[in-house]
Design a protein around this ligand. Structure first.
Ligand code: HPA
Ligand SMILES: [Zn+2]
Length: 312
């Protein structure tokens, strides 16, 4: 299997229904159903928000550092089996703090899992854009005692109506701390969100970014500056940002000379882990092995951490 890096992966989006049930039992949490298949049957999404509603609901079973440890350990084992040599993993601390779960539990569990895995991995802390900039600044300040546990910051959750420019100050603060910067932009939002992420937040990578293709001058900028895009094909289909995989703009992005990568986003919800995304691109979109090899090479080029086994 082709070695690859995964650069767009929300650890809470790897929470499989079976683990939801197990953690609910362990933590004495009542669920509408304890049948994993019945939970999975709800995963028919109309858009990003309808997914986020269930995503935040399910993650309420994550309470202790052991829960976060088990979650990340399960992901890393699956990732390894899918050829992942290196993962840069998003997490959403605000979604846990708001439920009374401490940063200590979140960082403690995730960091221990990364340390115990033989897959190279690092954490990127995301701000929930729909919770506003003041809260983002607060969580960054609260996370600084854990500075050595994460390499960067990102911006996720409901995109439209929450433009990147609102987060200028917190991204400046993060830059001053030597943190790397990424943001979701151009998933449901238009090319203007991608421009803002680049110009105002100074992001070094754009998460999704598929709608950048609507603006030729933006495409030229991304190409000239070699800005990586972390595209998530199965996610785009399941959240209906594209009608079907056959309509996906990824091959055109590659033809434009963009530094595109392929990632799984929230694999427990979108029908596949990262190699499943590669295979779907081959089987349903007819992408060639040469194209997929290029994308896998791009994933190492686009990663923030030098990976010793890259390309082996
Ligand atoms: O695809 C996504 N988009 C925005 N926020 C998210 N949080 C988890 N997954 C996503
Ligand atoms: Zn995402």
């Amino acid at each position: 299997m082709r070695p690859k890096a995964e650069l767009h992966l929300h650890i809470e989006g790897t929470l499989e229904p079976e683990l939801v049930v197990e953690l609910a039992r362990r933590n004495g949490i009542d669920l509408p159903t304890f049948d994993a298949e019945a939970i999975r049957a709800r995963y028919d999404f109309a858009d990003l928000q309808s997914f986020l509603d269930i995503y935040y609901e399910n993650m309420a079973v994550l309470r202790t550092d052991r829960d976060f440890y088990d979650l990340a350990t399960a992901y890393l084992a699956r990732a390894r089996a899918q050829g992942v040599r290196h993962a840069e993993i998003f997490f959403d601390p605000q979604a846990h703090l708001s439920r009374g779960v401490s940063l200590e539990a979140v960082f403690g569990g995730l960091s221990a899992a990364l340390k115990d895995s033989d897959v190279s991995a690092a954490l990127i802390m995301c701000f929930l854009r729909d919770q506003g900039a003041a809260e983002a600044e607060e969580v960054l300040r609260a996370a600084l005692p854990y500075r050595e546990h994460f390499i960067g910051v990102g911006l996720d959750s409901a995109e439209v109506g929450h433009p990147p420019a609102l987060f200028r100050r917190v991204f400046d603060m993060a830059a001053a701390e030597g943190l790397r910067r990424v943001a979701h932009a151009g998933e449901e939002g238009g090319p203007d969100y991608v421009w803002e992420a680049l110009d105002v937040l100074k992001v070094e990578r754009v998460d999704h970014g598929i709608r950048a293709m609507e603006d030729p001058s933006l495409v030229a900028r991304l190409r000239e500056e070699r800005i990586p895009l972390t595209v998530c094909p199965l996610s785009n289909v399941r959240l209906r940002t594209v009608p079907s995989l056959r309509d996906h703009i990824l091959p055109a992005m590659l033809d434009e000379g963009l530094l595109v990568t392929v990632n799984s986003d929230d694999p427990a919800y979108f029908g596949g882990y990262v190699e499943d995304n590669y295979q779907a691109l081959r089987d349903e979109l007819g992408m060639t092995d040469a194209q997929l090899d290029q994308i896998a090479r791009n994933s190492f080029t686009a990663s923030f951490v030098e990976v010793p086994s890259a390309g082996q």
